[in-house]
Ligand binder design. Structure first.
Ligand SMILES: C[S@@+](CC[C@H](N)C(=O)[O-])C[C@H]1O[C@@H](n2cnc3c(N)ncnc32)[C@H](O)[C@@H]1O
Length: 182
């Protein structure tokens, strides 16, 4: 059974509407992909990812054991094929080059070492894998700070879009050829 609260409506019709636009503009198709949802919280965006992309495999993790327990509990009702794990984006216990896409919704600014988190996201992506993320403007000294961090971690920004009066911005990035996988 799917949730029908405001959470779901906002994610499906605001956040993921923008992600869908960016993917379409860049001709990136994540249908049936292997996807990692980083900092998944209680799992609401993982639910939308599962429905939108029908991934071959969807792993969702968070550093908070309480959030993962809640996500697992909710997913018992959703009955979606999502693997929920406890994990830290700065030191993932996952092999390099495993995922087609990493999704990070409003989470990077919560991580103390943001650069290391982006480096880990790049490491677990396949060559040419994509990072789909959104961030909050006031969490950064300017959008250039985030763009520079993405580029330093080996990503190229393919497309980006500000929304909600510029308070948020969504990014579609590709792991550059030759970015480290170790
Ligand atoms: C604002 S919440 C967003 C949760 C979810 N993405 C959403 O949009 O509902 C930020 C999440 O990042 C998680 N987080 C913070 N640092 C993390 C880290 N190093 N690794 C994984 N998750 C982390 C927090 O526990 C929290 O659940």
């Amino acid at each position: 059974m799917k949730g029908f609260g405001l959470e779901r409506v906002y994610r499906k019709y605001v956040q993921f509407r923008i992600f869908r636009q960016l993917l379409k503009e860049q001709d990136v198709d994540l249908t049936g992909a292997i996807i990692l949802d980083a900092g998944c919280g209680a799992g609401y965006e993982a639910q939308v990812i599962a429905e939108e992309f029908e991934p071959e495999k969807l792993v969702a993790f968070d550093v908070s054991s309480e959030d993962i327990a809640r996500a697992r509990q909710l997913n018992e009702r959703w009955e979606l094929s999502i693997e929920f794990l406890e994990g830290d984006l700065t030191q993932l216990q996952l092999p390099a080059g495993e995922f087609d896409a990493v999704v990070a919704v409003n989470m990077l600014h919560h991580v103390s070492d943001r650069q290391q988190a982006l480096a880990e996201a790049a490491r677990v992506l396949k060559p040419q894998g994509v990072l789909l993320m959104n961030e909050l403007s006031h969490a950064w000294s300017g959008w250039d700070e985030l763009t520079d961090a993405l580029e330093s971690a080996g990503f190229v920004v393919l497309a980006n879009r500000k929304y909600l009066l510029g308070l948020f911005q969504s990014f579609l990035c590709r792991k550059q050829a030759g970015a480290a996988e170790t």
